[in-house]
Design a protein around this ligand. Sequence first.
Ligand SMILES: Cc1ncc(COP(=O)(O)O)c(C=O)c1O
Length: 430
Amino acid sequence: MSKEFKPTEYKLQSVNTSKQFDDAGWTLDAPDEKEHTLIRAIYAKKQIEVKDETHGIYRFADWLPIHKTLEGSSAPVTYKSEGLAKHLGLSNLYITFSGYWPEKGANFVTGSFKETEAFSVGGRLNSNEKKVLVVASAGNTARAFARVCSDNDIPLLLCVPEDNLNALWFGTAIKDCVKLVVTKSGSDYFDAIHLSNLACQLDGFIPEGGAKNVARRDGMATTVLSAVHEIGKIPDYYFQAVGSGTGAIAAWEANIRLIEDGRFGNNKMKLMVSQNEPFVPIHDAWKADSRAMLPLEDNLARNQVEEIIAKVLSNRKPPYPIIGGLYDAMKDAGGDVLLANNDELEVAGKLFEELEGNDIHPAAAVATSTLIKAVNDGTVKKDDLIMLNITGGGEEKFKRENDIIYLKPKHVFDITPDVETVKDILDKLF
Ligand SMILES: Cc1ncc(COP(=O)(O)O)c(C=O)c1O
């Protein structure tokens, strides 16, 4: 199944101590370090050689921590905007599109940049790994991992809130190596994460690792690699909607590598990340100049998450405080946390479709809306070099062009099940 591929050479490094070590296969933390820190991949090749489009996302394999490639990937596509750029009076607006838009060369059949993570994480996974990979998601990540693991015969347990089941749409059937379980209606992403943590306490399961997995971050970093490869320069501004902020951390890390590469400039892109009002915990922590997330009452958080349209932006425990996380990224690179409410994101989404020619995910519409506001209030200037990360799109287009089927859950768990119940059910499933 996997093409002949020479494994990428890399070491891992603690962001906190800079200590380097080998990847033991699925290392997620710095060995023997007490402080909570992200680890980073340090690639042997300092100047990236980008391969042609036929390699899909693996055209960026020099900077992916992988030892094999999987079938069916697409790389993000970057192009210079005409419609939206003219409307906003911008002379250097570049759109990086990770979604379904075959006419532009983007073939993400699950419609979001979460596919970049799934192809990178799957490429890191040892082929002899017998354990079941566990992924918790509010929707797009689950869809991406389900598709990629199904197409490449990788055993996967997906934990998703029941209210997000409509996100589990596919163009073709998902194989039985992928099992979906949900936390019952009224629960959110946080509860799905809790369920996945219980599963990972059991023998035979391994956590995908989320932001701690270098493969996940460096997969997402391909959006920036795509942009800089197309533009030839590191942009001034990076716009992205965030739930966990992992994409923005990844963008910052890619930026650091691109500076070391030496061919694309020395600047750090300002990280203009955005959230969907009223659920804005990263915004609140950033504005309070706090590394720690501010206290947020569970029920209030759940109600806010019910209100927002961009449900994928509903992470209550983002990797913001951790060393090397979003707080550090934004302090180092500069930037801001911007907001869009439901009405604003809907207007922005329609405008994008009208001016650029494809539908976009509500989360990407949040980013678009905040770009529009940043232009209108003078935060960004006419000639600034801007990367707008359209993290998902073409979903409606894909659904128009394909017959859609939905993946059904194998079990509905209570909002906070105990570990024994989880063990009983999973024993039966696997
Ligand atoms: C389409 C889309 N955009 C943005 C995000 C936020 O990504 P991050 O994990 O970088 O916060 C998500 C997360 O699921 C997403 O699906």
